[in-house]
Design a protein around this ligand. Structure first.
Ligand code: AP5
Length: 215
């Protein structure tokens, strides 16, 4: 099964990807993670992407598409994958379709995580991530047992540079202008399911599983 997780920054795409990947054995492809990897390596792609990411803007389509194509090329027809944070606009959606159809694969389901802005602002400004294993926490909703330390590996937790309140507002604006239109794009293709992502993590996940027909 090939799935796209669509939703505003902080809707819970990363959180639920982790759960779905574990339960369904899918390959997780997050363009945000791929870009942050390049930034960490200080590669030419990373150096170009960082300026856009820190401002809360989208990285140019051609840069993201190259990373995405490389990630998808390893998936083959079996197993399935989960796209988290891609596509982000209609031109990326069209490029994705082209890329997949040349490999004889298609998207089975688009899950739209519908979340309110007030919820997202609280979630993102409180998010903390492990520097070592990338596990995600929230200072109020999902705190680590020991403040600033990862429960899973003992690594140090940090705040993403784009999770400060000003940049979060900018990301939400970019989402409204560039990405929200994809809801109707995939509705027209009859593969979109909407899930209330304002709920707790477990309640949202139960709805996600239900929308996948218990698969
Ligand atoms: P990316 O990394 O994709 O960020 P995003 O889409 O802004 O989404 P987030 O990772 O912030 O949120 P999420 O929905 O994954 O929420 P999470 O599960 O972590 O992209 C970053 C940047 O890279 C972009 O701004 C852009 O510059 C660039 N980029 C990436 N893809 C691109 C593309 N295709 N084209 C161009 N540029 C691209 O949850 C957030 C917090 O809430 C966590 O603390 C979590 O613990 C908590 N939480 C989650 N769900 C719940 C719940 N149900 N209840 C309570 N707490 C919850």
């Amino acid at each position: 099964m090939n799935i796209i997780l669509l939703g505003a920054p902080g809707a819970g795409k990363g959180t639920h990807s982790e759960m779905l990947v574990k339960d369904l054995g899918l390959r997780h492809i997050s363009t945000g993670d791929l870009l942050r990897e390049e930034v960490k390596k200080a590669s030419p792609v990373g150096l170009e992407a960082k300026g856009y990411m820190d401002k809360g803007a989208l990285v140019p389509d051609a840069v993201v598409m190259k990373l995405l194509a490389e990630a998808i090329s390893g998936t083959g027809k079996s197993g399935g994958f989960l796209l988290d944070g891609f596509p982000r606009n209609e031109s990326q959606a069209e490029m994705l379709e082209k890329e997949l159809s040349s490999a004889g694969i298609s998207i089975d389901r688009v899950l739209y995580l519908n979340v309110s802005e007030a919820v997202v602002i609280k979630r993102l400004t409180g998010r903390r991530i492990c520097k070592n294993c990338a596990a995600v926490y929230h200072v109020v909703n999902m705190p680590s047992r020991k403040e600033g330390i990862c429960d899973k590996c003992g690594g140090t937790l940090y705040q993403r540079p784009d999770d400060t309140s000003g940049t979060v507002l900018r990301r939400l604006d970019v989402y409204r202008k560039e990405t929200e239109g994809l809801i109707n794009y995939y509705k027209a293709k009859r593969i979109l399911k909407e899930v209330n992502a304002d709920l707790s993590r477990d309640d949202t996940y139960a709805l996600i599983r239900e929308s996948l027909g218990g698969k």
